[in-house]
Ligand binder design. Structure first.
Ligand code: N01
Length: 547
């Protein structure tokens, strides 16, 4: 590591080649930013993180809506990098609630004294690479500029909320709120008429809880949802003790799974077409009873063969019709697209909630939303009076939080220009033209198709190893070659094209954001990806220019 000096200044710094404020600036203090800080500091690097919120936790800091809960099991959705940490933290439920995950994030921040390296309530607005001195100048919302050698975007895949433009929204007399920016002080729902727009994961979790609390709930659904019971329950202490007694083997087994999770769930590697009707029903029934997102792994072809997929669709449709009392409502709640091509949702009593007398469903694909009015929401055929209007309309996923920072690389090229036709990366970690910049769980990496915390750890360790390697050779920059990017983008697309993922309008494709280029952003298959990252590193960072 080179010597460095200098302090944060309020005017753009004049740098000499050796002058910088910190080795690394990290954007965001969610699970990615926190581990990046911890790892860098443990290796002796200076690092500073900037975080827009008042506390750590990232997505778990912002998504405080009622019912918010993880869809990866608690003993898996936690850091594995520190044995004492994973032993000392006690999870209370199979799937952790948002408050418990946020408490865990705060525990990690305390345990490793991370807050001293985090500047809260500060948004990174711009970052510019200085080609003369090979440093990044990072401008923040407090008017300061921080100069660093390496710039790490740990901004999360689902942190830039997407709010469609509805006419009249500013005229609404009640309260409007987005699930992804739920206020800390909460929203009063008791005694209120509440509308929820959207039926993705956030809405599916929130709707049953809100329905219990409010007077009247109206759900505005554009696309009906496949959802599988979560079967959340208190975590049996003996199960927790058993896994903790063999935690590192448990982690290794999960690391070898396509989604970096679920190693202990029964695996099947046969086609749905090769089993009897009875066996097919038995497996789906078992998966339904077990609960959780791995419903689709009951056969090896449900996500690659449309005729196989239809069996899974039919199974869930049948469950909906058995659960929802009113056939007309059941019909509206019945999805008809490929199951799994939008992210599969898991729920607690979602379909059951539509049997309640205080809950109603409006199909806005049939009866579109015209505008928001002073009193509520107007569709083509009716006006619905509301006190609270909740937008569960999702995120500008994977690229939104990167693109809202004005990032300028070599020769004045901005990331906005570079990605104008969709994100392009090498390994989902780096972008040609942007030396010494890394993205944690960026587009082109497995990220959202995996247990995010495990993906984050793999990226953080790769990035910090890379920085150490560069310093060990006195190299000042690493930059992906354009050919590496080209091949990587083809590889990511080829993997997706062998599946049914591209077949519907999902946020994986950016299809939920008007005007966003349709590109399948995450990479399928974690173990192959992790191996490739290791090979690249052990082949002296092949595919990169090192200077
Ligand atoms: O967002 P979404 P989300 N008019 O994009 C609808 C993770 N997550 O926040 O399908 C009317 O899935 C839209 O309709 P359509 C998880 O990865 C995880 O729910 O586009 N409706 C859809 O129904 C998840 O996948 C957890 O037709 C409009 C909804 O809004 C991801 O976050 C919990 C509309 C958006 O659904 C995103 O989930 C929560 C419009 N103009 C979230 N625009 C867990 O860990 C959009 N919609 C369990």
């Amino acid at each position: 590591m080179a010597d460095h000096s200098g302090t944060t200044s309020s005017s753009p710094p004049t740098t000499s080649p050796t002058r910088y404020d910190v080795d690394v600036v990290v954007v965001g203090a969610g699970f990615a930013g926190m581990y990046m800080l911890q790892r860098l500091r443990s290796l002796g690097y200076s690092a500073r993180a900037f975080e827009a919120g008042t506390g750590v936790g990232g997505t778990w800091y912002w998504n405080r809506y009622p019912g918010a809960r993880c869809d990866v099991e608690s003993l898996e959705y936690s850091y594995s990098f520190d044995e004492e940490l994973q032993q000392e933290w006690e999870w209370t439920e199979r799937y952790s609630s948002q408050p418990e995950i946020l408490a865990y994030a705060n525990h990690v921040a305390d345990r490793f004294s991370l807050r001293e390296s985090i500047q809260f309530e500060t948004r990174v607005e711009a970052a510019k690479f200085d080609e003369d001195d090979n440093v990044w100048s990072v401008r923040t919302s407090d008017g300061q500029t921080t100069v660093c050698r390496f710039f790490v975007m740990a901004t999360g895949c689902l942190s830039s909320t997407s709010l469609p433009t509805f006419d009249g929204i500013e005229e609404f007399g009640g309260t409007t709120v987005h699930t992804g920016q739920w206020p800390k002080e909460g929203v009063v729902l008791k005694g209120k008429r509440v509308g929820v727009v959207g039926t993705g994961s956030s809405a599916v979790q929130a709707i049953p809880v809100i329905a219990e609390e409010c007077d009247e709930l109206i759900v505005f659904q554009r696309t009906a949802q496949y959802t599988i019971p979560a079967r959340n329950a208190p975590l049996d202490p003996s199960t927790q003790a058993d896994i903790k007694s063999r935690y590192s083997d448990f982690r290794d087994a999960n690391f070898a799974m396509p989604q970096a999770l679920g190693a202990e769930i029964p695996k099947f590697n046969d086609s749905i077409h090769d089993v009897s009707d009875a066996e097919r029903e038995r497996r789906f029934e078992n998966a339904w009873e077990r609960g959780g997102t791995l419903f689709m792994t009951s056969f090896n072809d449900v996500l690659v063969d449309e005729s196989a997929n239809v069996y899974a669709q039919d199974f869930v449709r049948q469950k909906i019709s058995e659960t929802v009392n009113d056939p007309a409502i059941a019909a509206k709640l019945t999805p008809h697209h490929i199951i799994g091509c939008k992210r599969l949702v898991i729920d607690t009593d979602y379909f059951e909630t539509f049997n309640r007398s205080n809950v109603s469903l409006v199909d806005v694909s049939d009866d579109p939303i015209e505008k928001i009015t002073t009193n509520g929401l107007l569709t083509q055929t009716a006006e619905f009076e509301l006190d609270v209007l909740i937008f569960a309309t999702g995120f500008d996923a994977m690229t939104g939080s990167i693109l809202r920072v004005e990032i300028t690389g070599r020769e004045g090229l901005t990331i906005q220009e570079k990605w104008s036709a969709g994100p392009r990366t090498y390994l989902g970690l780096t972008v040609p033209g942007f030396p010494n910049m890394f993205t944690i769980s960026g587009p082109g990496s497995p990220s959202v198709l995996t247990n995010m915390i495990i993906s984050i750890e793999q990226h953080v360790e790769w990035i910090s190893d890379c920085i150490e390697w560069l310093d060990s050779r006195d190299a000042s920059t690493i930059e992906a070659e354009i050919n590496s990017e080209e091949e990587w983008v083809k590889h990511v697309n080829a993997k997706a094209d062998r599946t049914l993922f591209p077949s519907c309008n999902s946020w994986y494709l950016g299809a939920n954001v008007p005007g966003k280029t349709r590109v399948f952003m995450p990479l399928l298959g974690f173990p192959g990806y992790a191996r490739r990252c290791e090979e690249v590193a052990s082949n002296n960072y092949e595919g990169f220019v090192i200077q």
